[in-house]
Design a protein around this ligand. Structure first.
Ligand code: 9D3
Length: 231
């Protein structure tokens, strides 16, 4: 896969993807990530990427021309171009799985109060938000999407980190509590059942913990589960 991130902060977008599992995926040639600065596609003396909005109001709007020029430079006929913005469709594991099938993804990051509407109209194929909270710029959102997609590419994860059995992939319940040694840490003892050696009882305990935790924290996942079984 090829992945281009169009952002005014190319260093911010590149460094995190050079680390750990995603960095290794790049070294193995599974993915090639490039950060592209729309400022390099300006023609004026001040290299202007933003202007005041027509109609007035606070804040600045990203100009269309540097974004169009940057995207048109990197994209091919088979590229998928996605705008990151608070107005986008909510990002999900399902969308990550769909994007993991693509050959080339171009992530366009907004900044300031937003981007010129013509970017939405005729430059991008889709618009994604990573959740209902306000970030300072889209580069961080692009990193979240890049991470979620790249780890799904064949060979990106080692056996130990395998992505086969996953919470959220199929709207599953939350995970059960995990413990490792020592069995008594500062007076906090692990549940006796985990030392029992009784695998049937351990499995029952884990399933019950998952249910309790999901009901307490994410009741929406329980309801979704019922919906899908009735479909
Ligand atoms: C004043 C209106 N603001 C919208 C809530 C303007 C605005 C705030 C923050 C415009 C852009 C941004 C920067 N955020 C993103 O570009 C962004 C984002 C986000 O803030 N939250 C969740 N997902 C995303 S994807 C891109």
């Amino acid at each position: 896969m090829r992945l281009d991130i169009i952002t005014l902060f190319p260093e911010l977008a590149s460094f995190p993807l050079s680390q750990s599992i995603i960095g290794r995926a790049q070294q193995k040639g599974i993915v090639r990530v490039c950060a592209v600065n729309p400022r390099d596609y300006t023609n004026d003396k001040h290299r202007t990427t933003d202007e005041r909005p027509y109609g007035g109001g606070a804040g600045m709007v990203m100009k269309p021309d540097p974004l169009f020029a940057a995207v048109e430079d990197v994209r091919t006929d088979s590229s998928t171009v996605i705008l990151l913005s608070p107005q986008g469709h909510p990002f999900t594991q399902k969308r990550a799985q769909e994007l993991a099938e693509e050959k080339h993804i171009v992530l366009v990051c907004g900044h300031y109060e937003g981007v010129d509407e013509r970017v939405r109209q005729s430059l991008v194929d889709d618009e994604i938000s990573i959740g209902d909270y306000v970030l300072t710029n889209g580069a961080l959102a692009a990193l979240v999407i890049a991470d979620a997609v790249i780890r799904l590419l064949p060979g990106a994860l080692g056996c130990a980190e395998s992505s086969e059995k996953e919470s959220f992939a199929d709207r599953e319940w939350l995970e059960f509590p995990q413990y490792t040694r020592p069995p008594d840490f500062r007076g906090m003892r692990i549940p006796d059942v985990l030392l029992s050696g009784n695998h049937k009882r351990i499995e029952e305990w884990r399933q019950r913990q998952r249910l309790l935790r999901t009901a307490a924290r994410r009741p929406d996942l329980l309801h979704k589960d019922t919906e899908t079984t009735h479909e």
